[in-house]
Design a protein around this ligand. Structure first.
Ligand SMILES: *Cc1c(COP(=O)(O)O)cnc(C)c1O
Length: 489
């Protein structure tokens, strides 16, 4: 069946009146139901919800769902923000009734399994990252950054050290400077050199007011910072703390540990690496790990393992920054991560990371002749490339849009900001060699079009429900509310 291009809103559909037989209307005797509700619960005013049959509603949402681009249906090589297939075993376990209906006000005795899971996930993250303790409270990567920076602020306050400066490389994820600034620090950005931290620039910022140096590794060029150990040493000798943005752990699991590299604090995004899809603002989890000297600053409460394998909530952290999230944090996301770790085991996690790195290098090798790879060395889980002035002469935006015509999600474009016309490509370990080869052949075809039919790229996508949108106009004159007149200009 051909799906109509425009799908009416439910409000429009209801207004046009469908009038067909509706089972739920005949089955429910509305008046009888209403008569049983205490009158003070009854609505006084109509709130104007559309009335439709169940069938109309189901068709509407099923049609819309068919238009979705998702990791379960399409290749999604989105750099910087690992978008990989999330095994369904995690969904299965997290939707078990015992977990679904657990309530944070339940007695500890009733929810021992939940507490045990949280405790064990913290231990696992310690082993994977080389840290001494974790908190599961933060509900996203940026929330984890804020948590860690609040810890750093309190740490220096207790030591009566006035340190107000947070240093970030220019390739850092935008949330790093934003979190530091939100936390009241003065943010200084240093340039990078060939895609990595410029050591001389870092040295200049290693002054007595340096609080924290925040580093994303592998960095946004997809490279492992070669000077990582001496970066930590330099920051420490100036009295500062080192922060590791581990949002993308996908290249590292079972291979290298931020704690061993010399980092004091880090966050990881369970909703990128460990079995929860991300995007759309859905629930996430950004646990923060610290070394021993910062453990007492972590949020409370936390799960403690007592005698006879009994788990209890504890508030015993004298320096704590307080609570960063109510109740158990985003418990479901933590649970999916725990199942993921269990299902794969330590060697499976390592295999996932090795394969992620292999897949990225495979794609880079296949594409490096037709596109420009600015930092062409061994990459980690992702790499950056740009159109080649002769072999694939196009704008990155046009190429990204054209990919949609082939049922492939566009990579991250125009990021990192340090590379003009950049595309960040992250295939992840969950893609087969067939998918990678198909992506290569599509990219070759697009490069060919860029040389021979540039207008085709300019108009792409050509086969999607909506064609090229006027992004400038959408940004300048956003029409955000249904029913608002659209500016014809
Ligand atoms: C995704 C990401 C973040 C932010 O994580 P959110 O959960 O979106 O807040 C921070 N740093 C890096 C490197 C990331 O990729």
């Amino acid at each position: 069946m051909k799906v109509p291009l425009s799908e009416q809103l439910l409000f429009e559909k209801a207004a046009s009146g469908s009038g067909q037989f509706s089972a739920e209307h005949s089955l429910l005797n509305r008046e009888k139901l209403v008569s049983r509700v205490p009158s003070f619960f009854l609505r006084k005013n109509e709130i104007g919800l559309p009335e439709l049959s169940e069938r109309d509603l189901v068709m509407h949402y099923t049609r819309l769902a068919g238009r979705m681009f998702s990791v379960d249906s399409h290749f999604y090589p989105l750099g910087s923000c690992t978008m990989k297939y999330n095994p369904k075993i995690s969904e299965d376990v997290s939707s078990e009734e015992g977990f679904q209906y657990a309530h944070p006000f339940q007695n500890e005795d009733d929810v021992q399994g939940c507490l045990q899971m949280m405790h064990e996930l913290e231990q696992r993250l310690n082993v994977i990252c080389g840290m001494d303790a974790f908190t599961l409270q933060p509900s996203a990567g940026a929330h984890g950054e804020l948590t860690a920076l609040l810890i750093a602020r309190k740490y220096f306050k207790d030591r009566k050290e006035e340190r107000i400066k947070v240093v970030v490389p220019d390739s850092s994820h935008g949330t790093n400077p934003a979190s530091a600034s939100l936390c009241g620090f003065h943010v200084v950005t240093i340039p990078s050199l060939n895609g990595e931290v410029d050591m001389a620039a870092l040295e200049r910022e290693c002054t007595s007011d340096l609080a924290v140096f925040m580093l994303t590794n592998p960095n946004t060029a997809g490279l492992f910072e070669k000077n990582i150990v001496s970066i930590c040493e330099k920051v420490h000798s100036a009295g500062g703390l080192t922060y590791y943005d581990g949002a993308n752990l996908n290249a590292l699991m079972g291979i290298a540990r931020p704690g061993d590299m010399g980092f004091d604090l880090l966050h990881v995004n369970l909703h990128k690496t460990m079995a929860t899809p991300h995007g759309g603002g859905g629930p996430g989890s950004g646990p923060v790990g610290v070394k021993a000297h910062l453990v007492s600053y972590l949020p409370v409460p936390f799960v403690e393992k007592k005698k006879d394998d009994v788990y209890k909530w504890s508030y015993k952290r004298p320096g704590t920054i307080g609570m960063m999230k109510s109740f158990w944090g985003n418990f479901g996301v933590a649970l999916k991560a725990a199942v993921y770790c269990d299902a794969l085991g330590f060697s499976g996690l390592k295999q996932a990371s090795l394969t992620a790195v292999l897949n990225a290098n495979y794609l880079k090798k296949k594409l490096e002749d037709t596109f420009t790879v600015p930092f062409n060395e061994l990459c980690m889980h992702e790499f950056v490339m740009t159109p080649h002035p002769e072999k694939s002469p196009a704008k990155t935006l046009d190429m990204a849009k054209r990919l949609l015509d082939f049922g492939i999600h566009a990579p991250t474009v125009y990021f990192p900001l340090t590379v003009k016309e950049s595309m960040m490509i992250e295939p992840t370990e969950t893609e087969s060699k067939d998918t990678l080869d198909e992506f290569v052949s599509v990219m070759m075809q697009i490069a060919d079009e860029a040389r021979n039919q540039p207008e085709k790229l300019h108009d792409a996508p050509l086969t999607t429900y909506r064609q090229r949108l006027d992004e400038v106009r959408a940004a300048r004159n956003p029409v955000l509310k249904y029913g608002d007149p659209v500016d014809p200009a």
